[in-house]
Design a protein. Structure first.
Length: 440
């Protein structure tokens, strides 16, 4: 280094002297020394980079999906995605039918209590419709496929099958990103609600069900490789809802069952300002705004009640308080007071947030049981609870459906021995009360 420093000084002196006389021939000026590059390997965020001078060459390292030419949507879709699922008979799984549904995804990202981590919540709302046919006339079930993959390695994160509403699991796993191994923490929970069987215009019977699937991840702040896969289902799967599957499985393996081409892979867990709903210039923002409650009591306007004899639910009062800039920009704090009467020995009281569109109802979520004194985790189980008034508070982030009002609904349904007979007598319709809390 000393010789290099002296040489540089000599060049400066020569240039200085030359500048004082006539212009010098540029070919006589020594060229800058050439760096003998020491290339660091490409990473997922940068191409090969010289450790000495910072020069780069080539492209950043391709992730698993790029290497295998598997398309991935870089942002959450603004609307729904199509979903292929099956219904099948419990006693004879070879008797099954393929059906079509939809899935709608939303996410939120918050700082984590774990240092250097962020918390990501992915909500997936799946709408399924069934008709009374040769499959559903018997004891039947249905199945649809979904998984989480690591973008960079293509590996499916360990998970277990969830069976029925209220099922959930928690787990932690390692992911390797740019040569560093991180520990990630995650959970998954399913909640489902259904409309009960109802008559259709063509004289048939139908049932609508909504699955509300919630993933919660705690990942390093720099990690952005979460990929949700919506996998078509064409056959009855082998279900294991007791054990976490820790075997190594990769996205391209879906090709073996003919599912890869129709699987929707969607990245999530990254900030995406482009998808945020922004009002156009001159267009008013949606109301109510943060700090502006909507509330009311059970009046004829926007209120309806369906009762069977003394089995009924009444909404006494309710309120909805947006915590964000509008009804759809963040969580909404709800409170509802209901009164119920029933002749049934055992009964459920469920709360729903629903929307109404094109004359049909779409149940968007069932409210988790927030009262730890109650026995069940799904809905609000009021067996052996005194009849009368109950007040419930909960927080829910609404999903926007154009032109659709949002409705709070309390539904009473029998449970235990004889419940099916009771429902058949009533045409599979539950006593309920509902009220519009927000009109778009």
């Amino acid at each position: 280094m000393k010789k290099f420093g002296i040489f540089c000084l000599a060049v400066v002196l020569v240039l200085s002297v030359t500048a004082c006389s006539s212009p010098a021939d540029s070919s006589s000026v020594p060229a800058d020394p050439v760096c003998e590059h020491q290339w660091n390997p490409a990473t997922f965020t940068a191409p090969e980079t010289c450790a000495l001078c910072g020069a780069t060459q080539g492209e950043p390292k391709a992730d698993y999906f790029q290497e295998n030419n598997i398309p991935v949507q870089e942002t959450l879709p603004e609307g729904t995605l199509p979903l292929t699922f099956i219904t099948y008979q419990m006693e004879d799984p070879s008797a099954f039918l393929t059906r079509e549904g939809t899935a709608l995804m939303t996410q939120s990202i918050q700082p984590s209590q774990r240092e250097g981590y962020k918390d990501i919540t992915l909500e997936v709302v799946v709408e399924l419709s069934f008709v009374l046919d040769e499959v559903t006339m018997e004891d039947w079930n249905y199945s649809w496929g979904n998984s989480i993959y690591d973008l960079y390695t293509g590996r499916q994160l360990p998970a277990r099958d969830l069976f029925g509403s209220g099922d959930s699991f928690d787990y932690q796993a390692d992911v390797t990103y740019d040569g560093v191994t991180y520990e990630i923490f995650y959970s998954k929970k399913n909640e489902s609600t259904d409309s009960g069987w109802y008559d259709t215009a063509d004289g048939g019977r139908a049932l609508d069900e909504v699955f509300h699937q919630t993933y919660i991840f705690s990942v390093p702040e720099e990690y952005d490789g979460l990929v949700y896969a919506l996998v078509p289902t064409y056959a009855v799967p082998e279900i294991d809802n007791e054990n976490i599957d820790e075997s190594e499985s990769y996205a391209k393996e879906l090709e073996e069952d003919g599912e890869l081409e129709e699987t929707a892979f969607v990245r999530f867990g990254r900030e995406n300002p482009a998808l945020e709903e922004q009002p156009q210039q001159g267009e008013p923002t949606e109301t109510p705004a943060a700090g502006s409650d909507t509330s009311g009591s059970s009046t004829p306007e926007g209120y309806e009640q369906c009762a069977y004899g003394e089995n009924k639910v009444t909404i006494l009062d309710w309120s909805a308080h947006p915590t964000g800039d509008s009804f759809y920009s963040g969580p909404v704090e709800f409170e509802i007071t209901v009164e119920y009467e029933t002749q049934w020995e055992n009964a459920w009281l469920d709360l729903f947030v629903i929307s109404e569109e094109d004359g049909g109802r779409h149940l968007y979520t069932a409210i988790d049981n927030l009262d730890t004194s109650l026995e069940e985790s799904t809905g609000l189980y009021l067996t052996n609870q005194p009849k009368g008034q109950h007040t419930f508070s909960f927080t829910y982030t609404p999903v926007k459906v154009e032109g659709s009002p949002y409705i709070l609904q309390a539904m009473l349904q029998p449970s235990g021995a004889g419940a099916d007979d009771i429902l058949k007598e009533q045409g599979f319709t539950y006593p309920y009360a509902s009220v519009v809390v927000f009109e778009q």
